[in-house]
Write a protein that binds this ligand. Structure first.
Ligand SMILES: [Zn+2]
Length: 97
């Protein structure tokens, strides 16, 4: 049992030396890890925001080209009253007019 304890101490000392020697790399890794966590949290909060969006979104507008209903803020506005769901529909309608 004493030997196991001694080995443990040696391992801890070695780990300490290793940590001291590679502290820059460890710090960099910690920073990277923190950055990844921040990104993940941001993604999660964004995901929640997107899920909540239909309730919070403004009025829906109807795309005159394909008939899709899209939130006004996401629609592409043409002139004063025409809204299109995508540039594809906008271009298509501009071509036909
Ligand atoms: Zn459309």
């Amino acid at each position: 049992m004493k030997e196991a304890f001694f080995i443990l101490i040696v391992l801890i000392v070695l780990a300490g030396f290793t940590a001291f020697r590679y502290r820059r790399q460890i710090n960099a890794m910690l920073n990277l890890w923190r950055t990844l966590q921040t990104i993940r949290q941001t993604e999660q909060s964004n995901g929640n925001r997107i899920q909540d969006e239909p309730a919070a979104a403004g009025p829906l507008v109807n795309c005159p080209k394909c008939g899709t209903w899209v939130p006004e803020e996401k629609a592409i506005k043409l002139g004063s009253s025409a809204y299109y769901c995508s540039t594809k529909c906008l271009e298509a309608s501009v071509r036909t007019v």
